[in-house]
Design a protein around this ligand. Structure first.
Ligand code: DAV
Length: 345
């Protein structure tokens, strides 16, 4: 039986990869990170290169283990990546860098139906990140999944620019996107144009998915990275939206016809040394099925609002979500959900 099949963000979850903080590494500085993740006056960042603080890794592993065990008690198959040393050096003909982490499997591999798509990520340090999931990808391929990888981008210096007001730091020179720039709703996919995804990336994805799918560009949501702290698709006809980023003029077309929950202000859970995500990582929820979602336990107002919309909440803790830049949606990759390809627009 093919183990890979997931068409949307909400159908009942059957199998999932949960990432790991083990061997996470703060990569060497380079122009891409300077333009996308750091302001140039963040002078201390060179001192952070290398391992994350020990307690960040330890406590995150505790939180992720509890998350995995909780999903297993619901009958969901949970897979974890094998150890992978991200501090190691790698290079192309043009540049050399070290890696980042296996904490966010959501970022490097996109699942659309039975396809596993390794995406052309925006940062050099994440160039080979999907390799960290290699054993799992091989196993899923052997089970019948279609396994493909986008053309490897060059990621040359001129791809990046210091962003000025309203301008993106990523140019449209070659296809680029992180998998977390995309949300799936059956035949409709949202593709956020941002500092980690450009129009050529959207066109490439659209070209390989073919005419059965519409890959909608989302412009001007926010200039930073991924879509999953901005929009969450909770079930057919219901979306959770970030009120600081989404409005009537930039709202993706078909979402205008859906019911919308405006996310209340997220509680700031803080961070250690440097934050790889904003407070809005608090709305980075994982749907277990159309009526159940995993939400960070400190986001009490969000939990109350979801419950009012008949979504039960499994409250769990991810103490270093901001430090590592990922909540429950980021740290997972849904491999299989029941249900089939449908049109929800
Ligand atoms: O809103 O800071 C969080 C990262 C989600 N993958 C943010 C992006």
């Amino acid at each position: 039986m093919g183990l890979v099949k997931s068409w949307n963000e909400w159908d009942p979850l059957e199998e999932v990869i949960i990432g790991t903080a083990l061997d996470a590494n703060v990569p060497r500085p380079d122009i891409g990170q300077d333009c996308i993740e750091f302001s140039s006056n963040d002078l201390d960042r060179v001192n952070r290169v290398g391992a994350f603080p020990y307690e960040v890794i330890e406590e995150t592993e505790e939180d992720l283990s509890l998350f995995a065990d909780t999903l297993r008690t619901l009958g969901i198959i949970v897979r974890r990546p094998a150890p992978f040393l991200h501090e190691r050096c790698f290079a192309t003909q043009e540049w050399e860098t070290t890696g980042f982490y296996s904490y966010c499997p959501r970022d490097s591999v996109l699942v659309v139906g039975d396809r596993l798509i390794e995406t052309p990520m925006a940062l050099r340090c994440r160039y080979y990140e999907a390799t960290a999931y290699r054993e799992l990808l091989q196993e899923y391929f052997a089970s019948g999944a279609r396994w493909l990888s986008a053309p490897k981008p060059l990621l040359l210096d001129d791809l990046y620019c210091a962003s000025e007001a309203g301008q993106l730091p990523l140019k449209n020179l070659e296809p680029i996107f992180d998998a977390a720039n995309v949300l799936r709703a059956g035949r409709d996919l949202l593709f956020q144009i941002s500092s980690t995804g450009n129009e050529l990336g959207r066109q490439w994805l659209s070209s390989i998915l073919g005419d059965d799918f519409r890959v909608h560009p989302c412009h001007n949501l926010y200039n930073s990275i991924h879509i999953d702290s901005t929009v969450a698709l909770l079930r057919p006809g219901l979306a959770l939206l970030n009120p600081e980023r989404v409005n009537d003029s930039n709202m993706p077309g078909f979402i205008k016809r859906w019911d919308r929950i405006w996310c209340p202000p997220c509680v700031d859970i803080g961070y250690t040394r440097h934050a790889y995500s904003s407070v809005w990582v608090g709305m980075n929820v994982l749907s277990i099925n159309p009526n159940l979602a995993v939400v960070e336990s400190r986001q009490l107002e969000l939990i109350r609002i979801l419950e009012r919309h008949k979504i039960d909440v499994l409250p769990l803790t991810l103490r270093h979500a901001r430090t590592l830049g990922g909540g429950f949606h980021c740290t997972t990759l849904d491999i299989r959900r029941s249900g089939c390809l449908e049109d929800y627009s």
